[in-house]
Design a protein around this ligand. Structure first.
Ligand SMILES: [Mn+2]
Length: 288
């Protein structure tokens, strides 16, 4: 069966080692497909312009593991189960028997793709979602040919020096609030331009500050195009999925995001005020 990966224009360099002979094309309005397979999101806003493909398709399959907020993608068949660490883990549990019967090279390739979804969604087995089940799934993928060391290098140690320099500039914006419990970083288009990178293509910088001692929440504000910002929230204390939903976003309870339009300092102040208020409420509840 012919298949095509339709991107929203993102650079897939980070996934180059997993693309093999996959066909990849950025979305354009003339595109139409009989069958759509939508993975790892359930919110129609996340599809961007690609949402127009929904009306032209006769069958839509949706597989996801995120909380359902607003704007659920209409689909003939959908499986959304938050107990799975990644969509790759869902696919693996469904297809493991079939994988075992494939030729070794194909099996290794598919196991590597699925393993990478776990690498990403557990942040290399360090997030709170890293359970015995997840380690067991990863071990079974390794047994089918996924190479943990190689995949870690290809996915997490595959950054250009420009990305590292950009990351350094973003880390240089670090400010803390609430006695060092809430940390905020931001990046501007200028920083991206200075370092010749596209912000959306860089590994989320929040991963570099989650280990800051005493931190209970991280906010990252990233300018993606003039006056258009992507916000990322990370916290084990605040349900950031609910927080992001206030701004039309979503995600997981400890990792979420949303988009906002405006001016950096205004957005920063509005989000900080709002977030700190929520943080204090939770802090007060927990102190009782
Ligand atoms: Mn995911």
């Amino acid at each position: 069966m012919d298949s095509l990966i339709v991107t929203d224009g993102d650079d897939l360099a980070l996934f180059e080692h997993l693309l093999a002979d996959a066909q990849v094309q950025p979305y354009h309005p003339e595109m139409s497909f009989a069958t759509l397979l939508i993975l790892d999101c359930n919110n129609i806003a996340r599809l961007g312009e690609r949402k127009d493909l929904l009306d032209k398709a006769s069958q839509v399959y949706l597989i996801d593991h995120h909380e359902v907020e607003v704007g659920l993608i209409p689909a003939q068949y959908s499986f959304i189960e938050q107990s799975f660490v990644s969509v790759g883990a869902i696919l693996f549990e469904a297809l493991e028997d079939q994988l075992q019967g494939l030729p070794p090279d194909v099996r290794t390739y598919l196991a590597s793709c699925l393993y990478t979804t776990i690498l990403n969604d557990t942040n290399t087995f360090t997030n709170g979602n890293t359970t015995a089940t997840v380690l067991d799934q990863a071990a079974r993928m390794a047994a089918l040919g996924a190479n943990p060391s190689l995949l870690h290098r290809q996915y997490f140690q595959n950054q250009s020096w420009q990305e590292i320099r950009y990351t350094g500039e973003v880390l240089g914006t670090t400010q803390v609030y609430e006695n060092g419990k809430v940390l905020l970083i931001y990046s501007t288009l200028q920083m991206a331009e200075d370092n010749d990178i596209i912000p959306a293509d860089v590994l989320n910088v929040t991963r570099w500050v989650q280990g800051v001692r005493g931190i209970e929440a991280v906010i990252f504000i990233r300018e993606e195009s003039p006056g258009y910002f992507k916000l990322s929230f990370r916290s084990k204390k605040v349900d950031v999925s609910r927080f992001a939903a206030r701004y039309g976003g979503g995600g997981h309870s400890n990792a979420s995001g949303c988009h906002l339009q405006g001016e950096l300092n205004q957005i920063k102040q509005m989000i900080l005020d709002d977030f700190i208020q929520v943080y204090r409420e939770i802090d007060a509840q927990q102190a009782q």
